[in-house]
Design a protein around this ligand. Structure first.
Ligand SMILES: [Zn+2]
Length: 170
């Protein structure tokens, strides 16, 4: 994959017409608020950011992010990867008050003169994380990849039960 760089900061000049797009990847462990939540210090996020001005002359940042975030499943304590893929659109404001004054449909993002992509992207990832991290469905509790071990895996007798699995009779 080609290594692309996101700028450390977007200056006011980066929001103009025509809008400018930046694309690149960031390492998840470099994000100070996200890092402590990671099951393993690895992974990266791909992001595409585009700064522009709306009809009222406000700075608007539109973006897409895609990441595979390693989290600890709270059911089996195994590591799983939570997939994040989403788009966002925020209006850059200088103060909370300015943000509250925006029309309801606009989402404010409070920032200094320079907007830091890493912080915006980290915020979006944090918003996309589940309240309780856990595997989905049958993926949970499988000591061997995809071995079909189900909920009984929480029981100390799980390994025995696993060998005498019955067919589902419904
Ligand atoms: Zn699990």
């Amino acid at each position: 994959m080609q290594a692309l760089m996101l700028p450390d900061a977007l200056a006011p000049d980066d929001f103009g017409a025509p809008s400018r797009a930046h694309e690149g990847t960031l390492a998840l462990p470099t994000m100070p608020r996200l890092s402590p939540l990671l099951a393993t210090q690895e992974g990266q996020v791909w992001a595409r950011l585009e700064g522009g001005l709306d009809e009222a002359g406000r700075r608007v940042l539109e973006g897409r992010i895609e990441a595979s975030v390693p989290l600890t499943c709270q059911r089996c304590l195994g590591v799983y990867h939570h997939q994040v893929a989403g788009a966002f659109r925020v209006v850059i404001v200088a103060t909370e008050e300015e943000g509250e004054a925006l029309p309801d449909e606009l989402e404010p993002y409070v920032s200094g003169a320079a907007v830091r992509p890493l912080q915006v992207i980290e915020e979006e990832i944090l918003l996309a994380l589940p309240v309780v991290a856990r595997h989905s469905g049958n993926d949970c509790g499988a000591p061997e990849h995809g071995a079909g071990v189900e909920r009984e895996a929480l029981s100390p007798f799980a390994s025995l039960q696993g060998r005498v699995r019955r067919q589902a009779d419904d």
